[in-house]
Design a protein around this ligand. Structure first.
Ligand SMILES: *Cc1c(COP(=O)(O)O)cnc(C)c1O
Length: 407
């Protein structure tokens, strides 16, 4: 038999979502008359907006005619899409990012998972807890984790986000090579102010570190004092890569289109001390292992950046934001300390009992399903995540049911 990549044996079982599904199924079998409301999902529910659908269909039509048919596209993504992104997301907001610093991909999951390939296996990493599990598992697979001990990997520096620090991790006490940050955060919904994010950029400059900034939820930011992009901070272009996605912004979770910004200023070094451009390395990686996003999808994505597309997605985002605000108010009324729900589709709160007991309590008493915090890391124990991506009528019903609770 063939020997496996031993690193895969170090992965922790991703039993969370299967366990949630199992408990919900068992409950529904016992109580077929009960209506279960799911506020656990991290997936959108509203359809693609009309201008996106039209561009998508036109893209398909072009593929049907010899004169307009397209084969392989540029690995980095079509110029029309990169130009639109650079203009609308950055330049019109006074941020300097050029089209050739943007790499179009099928997802921010893929990009955040793949990016670590560019670095030595021995580099040190700081990873938040609780966290989007992709950052952890992709580095475990690559052999950077060390051993698993009491639910934590020995070689990672964990950035604790707890009620005590308002879910804003402190800077690491020692130097680390690479730091993963995600704001607005999944799962906590917390955001950083410009001043707070600036501390991270300064840390990276001081220690020669690199920040991998996941901005998948930037579209939920409403207040100009909260940065949507790390490049709103002076000096970030030398030390930060930013990951963005149309998944939560424009409902592309099933359509697949995201983009990563690698500024040309960022330098990395070889063992012998030669400097290389990170942008060139990522370009090399993508052109070797990736052949681009489908043409109709890139046409659909470009429609997001037209004035009409922007207006339409804003309406959908407002629908989710209104859900989020309502769920947050309900949790606050219950007297549970919480974060998120503003600038974020997630509401994260401290449970009056452990995560799984609270899950069962909600399911049995009011048939509302959420996500136990423990699924996002050790610090998630005793916390719970509700999502605002559901239908408004379900959210309103869930809120009425939440009001009946007492413990
Ligand atoms: C949903 C999500 C993404 C987006 O992933 P896609 O692969 O683009 O769908 C990225 N990061 C975080 C933290 C997310 O929650």
């Amino acid at each position: 038999m063939v020997r496996v990549n031993e690193n895969y044996t170090l992965l922790q079982g991703s039993y969370l979502f299967s366990e949630v599904a199992k408990r919900v199924r068992m409950y529904q079998e016992k109580h077929p008359e009960k209506k279960i409301i799911r506020l656990g999902i991290g997936d959108v529910t509203q359809p693609l907006v009309p201008s996106v659908i039209r561009a998508f269909q036109q893209g398909v039509e072009e593929m049907a005619r010899k004169e307009t048919f397209r084969g392989y596209g540029p690995e980095q993504g079509y110029e029309f899409l990169r130009e639109a992104i650079a203009r609308v997301d950055f330049q019109e907001r006074g941020i300097s990012v050029s089209p050739d610093e943007i790499f179009i991909s099928t997802g921010a999951k893929e990009d955040t998972a793949n990016f670590q390939e560019l670095f030595d296996t021995k580099i040190s990493l700081a990873i938040p807890d609780p966290v989007y599990p992709v950052y952890v598992d992709s580095n475990v697979m690559a052999g950077r984790a060390g051993k698993l001990s009491h639910g934590r990997y020995t070689r990672f520096v964990y950035l604790d986000a707890t009620l005590e620090n308002d879910f804003k991790p402190a800077l690491p006490k020692k130097r680390v090579d690479v730091v993963y940050l995600c704001f607005p955060n999944n799962p906590t919904g917390q955001v950083l102010t410009k001043e707070e994010l600036k501390q991270w950029v300064e840390y990276a400059h001081r220690y020669g570190s690199l920040l991998l900034f996941d901005a998948a939820y930037e579209a939920f930011v409403e207040d100009p004092s909260i940065p949507k992009s790390i490049y709103e901070i002076d000096g970030a272009r030398e030390v930060a890569v930013e990951f963005r996605s149309l998944s939560k912004t424009a409902g592309f979770t099933g359509t697949r289109c995201a983009y990563t910004i690698v500024p040309k200023e960022i330098k990395v070094r070889t063992k012998k001390g030669h400097t290389l451009s990170l942008h060139s390395l990522w370009f090399r990686r993508q052109s070797t292992k990736f052949n681009g996003v489908s043409y109709p999808v890139q046409r659909a994505a470009a429609a997001v950046f037209t004035p009409e597309g922007q207006k339409e997605i804003r309406e959908v985002l407002n629908y989710y934001k209104e859900n989020a605000r309502r769920i947050r108010d309900a949790i606050v009324s219950l007297g549970l300390p919480c974060t998120g729900g503003v600038h974020s589709p997630y509401i994260w709160f401290k449970t009056p009992m452990d995560s799984w007991r609270f899950f069962d309590y909600l399911l049995e008493n009011i048939q509302v399903v959420g996500t136990p915090g423990i699924g996002f890391g050790k610090n998630g124990d005793g916390y719970f995540r509700l999502s605002a991506f559901g239908d408004q009528s379900n959210v309103l019903e869930a809120i009425e049911r939440l009001k009946t609770l007492s413990w």
